[in-house]
Design a protein around this ligand. Structure first.
Ligand SMILES: Cc1cc2nc3c(=O)[nH]c(=O)nc-3n(C[C@H](O)[C@H](O)[C@H](O)COP(=O)(O)OP(=O)(O)OC[C@H]3O[C@@H](n4cnc5c(N)ncnc54)[C@H](O)[C@@H]3O)c2cc1C
Length: 302
């Protein structure tokens, strides 16, 4: 992770200067405030600000005047009920603002989540740092044979070394040319907004990303999932840990009713019922395609 000494000093100063407030604070989140959690080789996730806690979800659901807490069991039970029945708006009462440093190709996947507020570092205004994502050897893998949208076996030996060398050399060469083009030493210097087009998608960018808890859960459901690309999953996994500390009841409900839950199609439900009645159900008499049948087998552990 690349934080300059000045950036680290700013973080230390912020953490050394607590403010008194009448607002609700979540103790589990306070310990994360401002700190940079490393992700990949140069990236990080930092919590810049947040609003709300588990009690705020219950307070909104009950539209109560005060803190709204009836009892700890009541609050957790209510949150689990809301999550189970897709009563989502109370979760929108909690918000979090993150500072994220991430490779551009990860940012392209991330930005597809439209229900957040984003402000990205301007490469028209500023000069990008010489920082590129180079995967660790265990993540340099071949195209998957079973999943067109994924990777398979880890590359070995000469091929792995050659791939890593190409990635490093091309990144360095592109950045050298970027610097040469913007340089005003003995020349006018190309505008930054144009020179950046030469940089590869593994260069790091940064943004502030603000989202409510309902939409964050949606993001995490998709991006902390095994089907998501490893690089964005690495960020989602770190955010999962932060959310678990921030709103522990909501997090457990999310794990139980979304993250580790499964949804069954009408045909799947029918098959489960037939199986429970002792019928021999196969893909041929299930009404499902071969692919759906495989997914069903995965869900029910056949
Ligand atoms: C494993 C994986 C593979 C993917 N592969 C591809 C791919 O190959 N190509 C590709 O282009 N994308 C791909 N995506 C991106 C995917 O299609 C979604 O764009 C992305 O996950 C964001 O989801 P979302 O729209 O639900 O989220 P958000 O944009 O956060 O929206 C949340 C919800 O708000 C509602 N919503 C938001 N905006 C609108 C709107 N304008 N109109 C209607 N409803 C709206 C929808 O209900 C939506 O589900 C992939 C995503 C994943 C997780």
């Amino acid at each position: 992770m690349s934080l300059s000494p000045e950036q680290q000093a700013e973080i230390d100063a912020l953490r050394a200067n607590p403010q008194q407030t009448l607002r609700t604070v979540a103790p589990g989140m306070e310990k994360h405030l401002y700190l940079a959690h490393p992700v990949l080789d140069h990236g990080f996730v930092r919590v810049i600000d947040y609003m709300g806690d588990d009690a705020a979800i219950c307070q909104a659901a009950r539209v109560s005047y005060g803190k709204g807490t009836k009892s700890v069991q009541n609050d957790e039970g209510l949150i689990r009920y809301l999550m189970r029945h897709w009563h989502s708006t109370p979760f929108e009462m909690c918000e979090v603002k993150l500072h994220v440093k991430l490779p551009v190709f990860v940012a392209r996947q991330w930005i597809r989540h439209r229900t957040a507020n984003v402000n990205e570092y301007s490469a028209r205004y500023s000069i990008l740092d010489r920082e590129f994502y180079i995967p660790a050897p265990e993540h340099v893998a071949a195209q998957s044979r079973v999943n067109n949208q994924g990777r398979g076996e880890v590359l070995q030996g000469d091929e792995a070394a050659r791939v890593l060398e190409i990635l490093k050399a091309d990144s360095a060469r592109c950045y050298d040319h970027y610097e040469q083009m913007i340089s005003q030493d003995g020349q006018q210097g190309l505008a930054r907004e144009l020179a950046r087009m030469n940089l590869p998608a593994n260069i790091y960018t940064q943004w502030y990303w603000k989202v409510d808890l309902h939409n964050l859960f949606h993001f995490l459901r998709l991006r902390a999932d095994a089907h998501a690309q490893y690089e964005i999953r690495a960020y989602a996994d770190v955010i999962c840990g932060i959310v678990a500390d921030w709103v522990p009841y909501a997090w457990r409900a999310f794990e139980d009713y979304r993250m580790n839950a499964a949804s069954l199609s009408a045909q799947m439900v029918d098959c489960v019922r037939r199986m429970l009645r002792g019928e021999q159900v196969t893909q041929e008499n299930s009404g499902m395609s071969a692919r759906e049948w495989r997914e069903f087998q995965d869900i029910v552990g056949l």
